[in-house]
Design a protein around this ligand. Structure first.
Ligand code: GLN
Length: 541
């Protein structure tokens, strides 16, 4: 039914961080479980072409799609909720919009016209929204507009929404997410900020159809009526979004508020099917009723900002539910760990994960962590740089190559056990130039990886420049570190494991990007299972 794709826009008012991504994903989930085909898109108002070159401290994790797009972390939520892959088309930035308009201008495609924000930038924005509607057969495209209404940066996006609403009045709906603060001194919920932010939208010509109100306290009927009256929305279109214990409760809360019903009613769609959230509720029950707790150290250099490791933390939530355990993450800063204190940090943990990353900061702490986990049989999971550090540690401490390193950190090491891929050597630009996106991998039978996946061929997503150096592979395997996953075409090492260790797995790819509520990632599930075994054996002692 692509001729009648419906477009739902989600804007934000009053403050940032109200959770537009989770609200968008929750609405999408409800519509999906009613049998509709739904996708979610994020429009980011910054000038970077993509978040790939952004420091995680700026914007949290960079999420990578199958097609190799480096995107905003909200796309991770979309995939975790919907279990449907996203692509480059699902994340557009102002930088990308301008880049494509300027490229067209240089090619003369505007036929000598003055190139302006309206119509050229807004047309390009609309093109990027329509791509998802017309090129695929989605029933709904939910488009989340980054930033807060009133920001200078987001004006062209709001203008594009205004135009689309005008052009397709029956197919476009605007949901505005706003805040109803509670003033404890007055003991009251306050609607004025919401009124103001709706006024601001109106100034730009956009009347929201539905208001989702973030609140710490239940909205009284009087507050709902007041919001409806002042903001020109129907009373049933004031949706309460109360603080939840977990983001995974939000679809259930939105169902109770009949958010999906109101959306369908406003768009004139009849749906015979009610949302079927059986699987989701089953996950929530497991997630909220763990039988054990496992403590896993997450060693990285951005741990002050937990959003830097968003997908990893969520993959642990999924894998914890699958194992009926609560995964408690100990956030450990790799720069603080050294030879003297490593035992203090790790001795009571049931597992350690060494995180992905770039550059030299914190590398020594990661290597010390891995040495301790290897020697003390602590379940270990290394991801990307974490896997590379495991390879370096093994060279230094087992293979007798004292200065072994990655050429990323030490270009002229005598033992370049991790080195640059040939095709990366001539590249000088930083944006979008890594080995990105999905690649196949063949697993070795009987390995931890093969047991976890239960299949021989897998596909996983990548984001890196450096690789295991195959010149050393024979030495590694002879000493007990084996390559249990290889790219069948290029022979690049994708997974290493340690023989004789309870669970020691390093992956060059990023499994965390593919973990969803419906499909917890097999490697995370197996890692948490190994940690659970350790936790239970400790309890027995
Ligand atoms: N810095 C390493 C590389 O580029 C690892 C990257 C990562 O951990 N994502 O190969």
């Amino acid at each position: 039914m692509n001729h009648s794709t419906k477009y739902v826009f989600v804007t934000g008012g009053v403050t940032s961080s109200l959770g537009k991504g989770i609200i968008s994903a929750s609405l999408a989930k409800l519509l999906q479980t009613r049998g509709f085909r739904v996708t979610i898109q994020k429009l980011d108002p910054y000038i970077n072409v993509d978040p790939g070159t952004l420091n995680p401290y700026e914007h949290g994790e960079c999420y990578v799609t199958d097609d190799g797009a480096e995107t905003d972390l909200d796309l991770g939520h979309y995939e975790r909720f919907l279990n449907v892959p996203t692509s480059q088309a699902n994340n557009i930035t102002t930088g990308r919009i301008y880049q494509s308009v300027i490229n067209k201008e240089r090619k003369g495609e505007y036929l000598g016209k003055t190139v302006q924000i309206i119509p050229h930038i807004t047309d390009e924005i609309k093109r990027c929204i329509h791509i998802l509607g017309s090129k695929s057969d989605f029933d709904f495209v939910i488009t989340e507009i980054g930033g807060t209404v009133g920001d200078i940066e987001s004006l062209p996006y709001i203008e594009a929404v205004r135009q689309m609403k005008w052009e397709k009045p029956n197919d476009v709906l605007v949901v505005h997410l706003t805040l109803i603060p509670y003033l404890s001194a007055a003991g009251e919920l306050k609607t004025k900020p919401t009124q103001h932010s709706v006024k601001q939208l109106l100034e730009f010509g956009v009347q929201p159809d539905i208001l989702v109100c973030r609140t710490e306290h239940e909205l009284t009927p009087a507050v709902r009526t007041k919001v409806a009256r002042f903001c020109n929305v129907a009373a049933n279109a004031v949706i309460q979004s109360i603080d939840a214990e977990t983001i995974y409760d939000v679809p259930i809360l939105m169902l109770e508020e009949k958010f999906d019903e109101v959306v369908l009613e406003k768009l004139g769609i009849k749906s015979k099917k009610k949302p079927d959230l059986k699987k989701w509720i089953n996950f929530l029950e497991r997630y909220k009723n763990p039988n054990h707790t496992v403590r896993i150290g997450l060693v990285g250099k951005y741990v002050e900002l937990k959003d830097s490791y968003k997908s990893i933390a969520e993959a642990f939530n999924h894998a914890g539910a699958a194992n009926e355990v609560k995964v408690e993450i100990e956030w450990l800063h790799s720069e603080n760990i050294n030879e003297r204190n490593v035992a203090d940090y790790l001795k009571d943990l049931d597992g350690v994960l060494v995180a992905p990353g770039f550059g030299s900061r914190g590398i020594d702490g990661k290597i010390e962590t891995i040495k301790f986990a290897r020697e003390n049989n602590i379940p270990f999971f290394g991801i990307c740089l974490g896997m590379q550090c495991a390879v370096i540690e093994f060279a230094r401490n087992v293979l007798n190559m004292p200065e072994a390193h990655s050429t990323e950190i030490k270009e002229y090491t005598p033992y370049p056990v991790i080195s640059l891929m040939a095709e990366q050597k001539s590249i000088t630009n930083l944006g979008g130039t890594m080995r990105l996106g999905s690649y196949p991998c063949k697993l070795k039978k009987e390995s931890h990886a093969a047991k976890a996946y239960g299949q021989e061929m897998i596909e996983e997503r990548h984001r890196h420049r450096f690789e295991f150096n195959n010149d050393y592979l024979a030495q590694y395997e002879a000493a007990g570190m084996v390559a249990t996953g290889m790219n069948p075409e290029s022979n690049l090492v994708e997974i290493v494991e340690l023989k004789g260790h309870p669970w020691f797995v390093g992956a060059q790819f990023h499994p965390e990007y593919k973990s969803t509520v419906d499909k917890p990632h097999p490697l995370f599930v197996a890692f948490v299972k190994a940690a659970k075994k350790k936790a239970i054996s400790k309890e027995a002692k």
